[in-house]
Design a protein around this ligand. Sequence first.
Ligand SMILES: NC(=O)c1ccc[n+]([C@@H]2O[C@H](COP(=O)([O-])OP(=O)(O)OC[C@H]3O[C@@H](n4cnc5c(N)ncnc54)[C@H](O)[C@@H]3O)[C@@H](O)[C@H]2O)c1
Length: 244
Amino acid sequence: MTGAARGIGAAVAKRLSEDGHNVAVIDLAEDASQETADAIAAATGGKTLGVGADVSNEDAVKGAVEKVAAELGGPTILINNAGIIRDNMLFKMSVDDWDAVMGVHLRGAFLMARTCQAHMVEAKWGRIVNLSSTSALGNRGQANYSAAKAGMQGFTKTLAIELGKFGVTANAIAPGFIQTDMTAATAARMKVPFDDFIKFSAEQIPVQRVGQPEDIAHLASFFASEGAGFISGQVVYAAGGPKD
Ligand SMILES: NC(=O)c1ccc[n+]([C@@H]2O[C@H](COP(=O)([O-])OP(=O)(O)OC[C@H]3O[C@@H](n4cnc5c(N)ncnc54)[C@H](O)[C@@H]3O)[C@@H](O)[C@H]2O)c1
């Protein structure tokens, strides 16, 4: 479970622990990962592990997955959730803004999936869930992020095609507005108080509220479940209303 020290990732990690899985919390800083892993274990009584790794770094991913395999067993469920935003209008977007976003979302998901699939193929069972976004459909100021999140959808479908015969499914979750540090940062960049941003956003959403990390955890839990084995290569928009 990547990017799991906080936000959506922490909620998914907690939910998977409640579902009875051993859970590795992988995030940039080892201490933050361990703190979240400890909090989840205290709440659920499950077995957890905190790991510090940058998912865009090939060696770090290899080391992290080796550590998880040694301490919790070979990973058969992978949630590619780590993410960053570097929003800017195209004419102001730097190459660093572009590369950083591609590096975490696409390169990170690729490295994690390539490393973990060996364990899944060996077990003849696996579940991969990739975090996309409604921004995949296009969003002002997010040329890098929307391209990465659309890329996550194509990546997911190809994993589903290649790995299906090994009992591995791959699906993508495309959230709309979820109340986390990421959306708080967007509000700050737009110089709007977060509470006002939430209120305004909720008014545009058919169910009249913004999403919470637990909304995404519920869907991730479903995709990771035994019973979801005939559902693969799908993208589900979890946005409080339709998107296409
Ligand atoms: N919040 C939303 O409204 C929203 C909407 C759609 C999609 N998403 C996606 O959901 C995922 C989680 O978002 P969130 O809102 O919880 O964000 P967040 O910023 O609260 O958490 C993201 C986590 O990823 C970690 N991370 C960043 N770069 C990393 C790297 N290189 N290696 C390992 N970990 C790294 C961060 O340290 C952080 O803990 C992201 O992929 C995001 O793009 C979020």
